[in-house]
Every structure is written in structure tokens, then in C-alpha cells.
Design a protein around this ligand. Structure first.
Ligand SMILES: C[S@@+](CC[C@H](N)C(=O)[O-])C[C@H]1O[C@@H](n2cnc3c(N)ncnc32)[C@H](O)[C@@H]1O
Length: 475
């Protein structure tokens, strides 16, 4: 696991033997503690099965019929502890009498939950400690409850800010490491953001902080079915600031899949940044026919649906390629009724005839631009992932340029601001193929702050979207 940088000295052991008492709040958590149990089970699934917290948790809450305040607490603890894992581990390592690698994984999960409650919630310290010890007792028996109790009491000796004063690198000497620790990001991700933003100053802090905010849900109105204004009126949301099809819902608006317009296929859930990148592909002029479009990495089908609906309005068609069969099925389901043909194939050599007027490459990437949606992703991703992905990204983009007709347009899109995945890939392919970059920013009308061009980079802290990157190339 990548951890924020830290100083080498160990702190003196905390002196107090009891966590600070707070008069408010319950003395002990309820004996049956469905919220914390659910949070622990999700952390375990994320660690042991490479599961995604944002998929496992809602399912588990439904199955166990956990709702209301318990569901809210389970969500806060699961997502919060997942996001802060690197920092929590550093603090636990300082407080334990053995290295993290020698702590049973389930016990470590429980300690993370306990430490999160102590440092980042208003739950009284004694309740946070007691509830964690109860979880540990139920899962592992009494043999390790003393250890869990002792570690958490030490964690409770300081608040988060005091721990950070001790553990975070010095702001002057190592500004990126300092901000990484303060915002609970791995250092390499903070570095990648700094490189893309061109600063290690205040804007880097804003970008990293925005990653910890829960994103609001964005909907896309299906072109030809309903307008953004109508969709906003139907859902109680607001028309989005940039996408003509977008609607932003209030935070906590519930499960958007339950909304009637979504059930009736008038709208889909889609980040406004994704909408803007798909739309950018459709906007540059092409001479001659403009009716055959291709999406080379289509699963699960968000952009294919928007492009398919726009193609339908113009009498065109969309071929959608996806390598993973189960994801191709999702594309089929979501684009049902649209002029979209799904092909299960490798986009690097999909066996299609070519000559397309417009091609989208929404390439597999590190997803560093959507970390706020996947709480555990920042700790799961490793710097070594970038090399393999950029090779695949280059190959897919070269393939797209072979499939588009002369004069046609290719959009290269990734949900990452990492310069190797963005400008690095495009520069390499432009050199190799002689494709001509178009200034993509022109095709994001009304959107400020997209960077120095010719590419467009969106950011959560600037635009309230995922950090999507879009390059437009003409063959
Ligand atoms: C970023 S996602 C695409 C998201 C999609 N465009 C949307 O808007 O819903 C990348 C997709 O590419 C697929 N993929 C990975 N390698 C591929 C390849 N060699 N050929 C085609 N698809 C591939 C992945 O399975 C994944 O579904």
C-alpha cells in the first residue's frame, strides 16, 4: 500500500490510559450494531476480494434491510475509512506494538474503522473504542480485544490535526508530500495532480480536497426524448451549467436508479464531464457524410447511449465495441431501441471495415479523475499501473485513427489528469501517425478553465465534474 511520506522518528507513547471522556452520546453502541458490522464487512470485501465499496455497500444495505440512520452511519464509516486508509494506517502503525503486516487483516480493518470514528466523526471516543472492540470480539474472539483496545486508546490521545503535525512532511521542504498527507492521498497521485495543474500551491490543495467530497449525481436527458429543463422539473434537480442535456441532483437525492425518467429510459446517470467529452466528438465540422460513428471502448455504455441518441436524430448509426462480454451486454441493454450495434471485440483490432466519420476512444485508464466516486481506488491503484495502461491507450488510439476516414474526427478521452495518460499518449500517437490535433476547448462552449490547449482538461474543483481529459484529432 502506498502511504503518504512521513518523518522517521516515533512519537513517545501516549501517557493517558483512558480515552478522553465526552459527556454526550451513548456510553456504548447498541449490542446489535448493524451499521458498523456492515462497514466492516464491506472493508473486508474490498480488501480480500478486490470489491468496490460503492457497489458492495448498497447491495449489503438492501439485503440486510438497513436503512435510515444506520444506513447513513454505515455509508459514512465505509467511505470515510476507505478514503482515509493511508493516513489511518500510518497512525495505527505508530500506536501498535507490531508492524501492520503482523496484524490480522480483519483486525486491521476493524482498527481502521475505529480510528476513523475517533479522528473524523463526532462519535464519542469511548463509544468508538467500545464498538470496535465489540466487533473484534464477535469476529475474532477475546484474544485480541486487549490489543484493539490499547491501539485505539493511543489513537484517541491526539486529534487528526495533531497526528498530522507529527506525521506529515514539512510544507516548505516537501509541499506535495505535505498536501498528500493532509488530504489523505498517496504521494504519487498528489504529484500527478500537481504536474497536471502546474502548481504545488493552493490550487493543488483545492483539487485534492475536492476528491474527498461526495459528488452530486448528474443525469443526462436522452436527446429527442426530453429536454434538460423538463428532466430538471421531473426530478427536482437543476439544469447543469455546461451540458445542454445535463441535470444536477441535490446531494442525498436517493438512488437515482429509482427515478421515473431513468426507469422509463428518458434519462441516464452520467457525469456532466462525460457528457461534454462525448458531445465534443460530435461538434467539429466534417466534410461530406456524417452518419457512421464508432465507440471503441463502449462498456458500460454511458457515452454510447448519448452518441446513439444523437446519431438517431441525424439518421446515423453507432457501432459500439467492447472487449469484456458482460460489459458489452450492459451496452446492449442501455442502448436498446437506439441505432447502436454492439460488437464484442478488442478495439485494437476489432475486425470492422473502417471509414467511420467520427470515432470515440474512451480508453481504460487509472481513473484518477474519478477518485471521489470510488473511495478505495486511490489506495488500490499503483504507479506501476500507468505504464501498462498507456501502452494500451496508445494502441487503441492508433487503431481509432486507422478506422476513421480521412477528414474524420477522433476523440481520445480518459478519466484521469495524469500527464502520461493524457498529453503523453496523444503526443506520441500524433508523432507516429501524423494526425492533426484540433483545439478541443472550442468544442466545450461556455466552459472556462480547460487549460492551455489544444486539449481540454476538466476538474472537480473547477467544474464540479470528474477530471476528464479530451483530445480531438483529425485524420
Ligand atoms: C473507461 S471505460 C469506457 C466507458 C464508456 N465509454 C462509458 O461511457 O460508459 C473503458 C472500457 O474499455 C473496455 N476495454 C478495455 N480494453 C479494451 C480493448 N482492448 N478493446 C475494447 N474495449 C476495451 C473496458 O472493459 C471498459 O469497459
Amino acid at each position: 500500500m502506498t502511504q503518504p511520506g512521513k518523518r522517521s522518528h516515533r512519537p513517545s507513547r501516549p501517557q493517558r490510559s483512558h480515552p478522553p471522556k465526552r459527556p454526550d452520546g451513548p456510553a456504548r453502541p447498541p449490542a446489535d450494531d448493524p451499521a458498523r458490522r456492515a462497514a466492516l464487512d464491506v472493508l473486508r470485501a474490498v480488501r480480500a476480494e478486490d470489491a468496490y465499496a460503492n457497489l458492495v455497500l448498497p447491495k449489503l444495505l438492501r439485503e440486510r434491510k438497513i436503512s435510515g440512520r444506520d444506513a447513513a452511519l454505515a455509508t459514512e464509516l465505509t467511505y470515510g475509512a476507505s478514503r482515509a486508509m493511508g493516513l489511518l494506517d500510518q497512525i495505527i502503525a505508530e500506536c501498535a506494538d507490531r508492524p501492520l503486516s503482523k496484524i490480522e487483516p480483519v483486525l486491521l480493518d476493524a482498527l481502521r474503522l475505529g480510528a476513523y470514528q475517533l479522528l473524523r466523526t463526532r462519535i464519542p471516543s469511548h463509544a468508538a473504542v467500545a464498538s470496535t472492540v465489540d466487533l473484534v470480539r464477535r469476529d475474532l474472539g477475546s484474544r485480541v480485544t486487549g490489543f484493539a483496545n490499547a491501539v485505539l486508546r493511543r489513537v484517541a490521545e491526539r486529534d487528526e490535526s495533531a497526528w498530522l503535525d507529527q506525521l506529515a512532511p514539512d510544507a516548505e521542504e516537501d509541499p506535495v508530500g505535505h498536501l498528500a498527507a493532509r488530504t489523505s492521498h498517496p504521494r504519487w497521485i498528489a504529484r500527478a495532480f500537481a504536474d497536471a495543474l502546474g502548481t504545488t500551491g493552493d490550487e493543488l490543495a483545492d483539487a485534492l480536497r475536492a476528491d474527498d467530497e461526495r459528488p452530486t449525481v448528474h443525469l443526462v436527458a436522452r436527446p429527442g426524448e426530453v429536454s434538460a429543463d423538463e428532466l430538471a422539473a421531473m426530478t427536482g434537480g437543476d439544469p447543469a451549467p455546461y451540458s445542454p442535456y445535463g441535470v444536477r441532483l441535490d446531494a442525498g437525492a436517493g438512488d437515482p436508479g429509482d427515478l421515473e425518467p431513468v426507469r422509463e429510459r428518458l434519462a441516464n446517470v452520467q457525469d456532466e464531464g462525460s457528457q461534454l467529452c462525448a458531445l465534443a466528438l460530435t461538434r467539429p465540422e466534417v466534410e461530406g457524410p456524417d452518419e457512421r460513428w464508432l465507440d471503441l471502448c463502449a462498456g458500460p455504455g454511458g457515452k454510447a447511449t448519448l452518441l446513439g441518441a444523437l446519431a438517431a436524430l441525424n439518421g446515423g448509426t453507432l457501432d459500439a465495441v467492447e472487449q469484456a462480454p458482460h460489459r458489452a451486454k450492459l451496452v446492449e441493454q442501455i442502448t436498446w431501441g437506439l441505432p447502436v450495434t454492439v460488437h464484442v471485440a478488442d478495439g485494437r483490432d476489432p475486425g470492422l471495415p473502417g471509414g467511420y466519420d467520427r470515432v470515440l476512444v474512451d480508453a481504460p485508464c487509472t481513473g484518477l479523475g474519478a477518485l471521489r466516486r470510488r473511495p478505495e481506488a486511490r489506495w488500490r491503484r499503483q504507479p506501476g499501473d500507468v505504464g501498462d495502461l498507456t501502452k494500451l491507450q496508445r494502441e487503441l488510439l492508433v487503431s481509432a485513427l486507422g478506422l476513421v476516414r480521412p477528414g474524420g474526427v477522433v476523440a481520445y478521452v480518459v478519466c484521469s489528469p495524469h500527464l502520461s495518460e493524457t498529453e503523453g499518449v496523444v503526443a506520441d500517437v500524433v508523432r507516429k501517425t501524423g494526425a492533426t490535433p484540433i483545439d478541443a476547448r472550442e468544442f466545450f462552449p461556455g466552459v472556462p478553465g480547460l487549460g492551455d490547449g489544444p486539449y481540454a482538461q476538466l476538474w472537480p474543483h473547477r467544474h464540479g465534474t470528474d477530471a476528464m481529459f479530451c483530445a480531438l484529432l483529425r485524420r
